[in-house]
Design a protein around this ligand. Structure first.
Ligand SMILES: [Zn+2]
Length: 323
């Protein structure tokens, strides 16, 4: 590509104009590998992440199965959201993909193949820290095709019983989340940030998943969360967090909910240019919102940055006032 061509110069200017958006698609610069325990199987899992061509998306390949089937990480392939986000196709599933998906989205990776020899990627420390490190270690390669965005034209909302998801037009990618737990260790927490690569790495990637001791015991009784331990989740009993090292930051819980939502929303296949506002939402409700979002085609359009006038979109402060 001719970097001096006027059109390409214009595109570079556009890239600079939005902290949370970039013009080109991206993949990894080389393949990388890690291994760790699967949270539900309790078994050692190998994960290799490979670069992929433009417009390929994020795909999982089950190399432990005879035909090594490929499953696209997209919301139409979601088969379960009760404990984690599970995708599946033709009887083959990949479970607990949300933290790895959050790393791809947070670092701005559009295309990759994730090869695993089990039905779930390794859980690592229960956050996206190790996946994020791994992708950074591989390096991020710019590709010769524009990234498409869902550009929000009018507000969308899904209101449930004591929970909601709102989506507002905005000239940047932003997410705000509020959680409320009737437990003194958590209480009410709110966090908001612009979805830039730096913000994801510094503010979100290290926030660990959390659960209550009773739930963990219950799941393990039924053969789930066999690999679940204090090494890969924050565990809370009636007195507070029982992990010896404590919290990584006082609001680690709400930051993890944002991490989960980044992973869930990335299953749309293209990033949202807009402000996502979550109130007590989780995987299940996020998925309900994604389905509604797809049906409300008048509320959004798809566009690359070179066709957009960002200054015509509202600043996010306006929407933030509403929550
Ligand atoms: Zn999570």
């Amino acid at each position: 590509m001719d970097a001096n061509h006027p059109k390409n110069k214009k595109n570079d200017n556009i890239v600079e104009s939005c902290e949370s958006c970039t013009f080109y698609q991206r993949t990894l610069a080389k393949s990388v590998h890690l291994s760790g325990v699967g949270v539900h199987s309790g078994k050692q899992v190998n994960l290799t992440i490979k670069p992929a061509p433009t417009n390929f998306g994020i795909n999982f390949r089950r190399v432990d199965l005879p035909t090594s089937p490929l499953i696209k990480a997209t919301f139409s392939r979601i088969v379960d959201t009760s404990l984690a986000t599970v995708i599946g196709e033709a009887g083959c599933i990949v479970s607990t993909i949300e933290h790895l998906m959050a790393s791809f989205s947070g670092l701005g990776i559009d295309n990759a193949i994730c090869e695993i020899d089990s039905y779930e990627p390794p859980i690592m420390d229960g956050s996206a820290k190790e996946f994020t490190r791994l992708i950074q270690k591989a390096g991020i390669a710019k590709q010769a095709a524009p990234r498409m965005y869902f550009v929000i034209k009018s507000p969308l909302e899904l209101i449930g019983e004591d929970k909601s998801v709102h989506l507002y037009p905005a000239r940047e990618r932003k997410i705000t989340c509020t959680i409320k737990f009737n437990h003194p260790a958590i209480g009410e927490q709110k966090f908001s940030l612009t979805l830039s690569r730096d913000n994801f790495i510094k503010e979100i990637s290290h926030a660990r998943t959390f659960g209550f001791l009773q739930e963990l015991e219950y799941m393990q009784f039924y053969g789930l969360a066999r690999g679940g331990s204090l090494d890969n989740s924050l565990v809370i009993d009636e007195n507070g967090v029982i992990n010896e090292e404590g919290l990584r930051c006082p609001d680690e819980f709400v930051r993890h909910k944002i991490l989960d939502a980044i992973g869930d929303f990335s299953l749309l296949g293209m990033p949202i240019l807009g402000h996502i506002v979550l109130y007590k939402s989780g995987h299940n409700f996020n998925h309900e919102f994604l389905k509604m979002f797809f049906d409300q085609k008048s509320a959004w359009e798809t566009a690359s940055l070179d066709t957009l006038d960002l200054s015509a979109l509202p600043e996010t402060d306006q929407a933030s006032e509403l929550v």
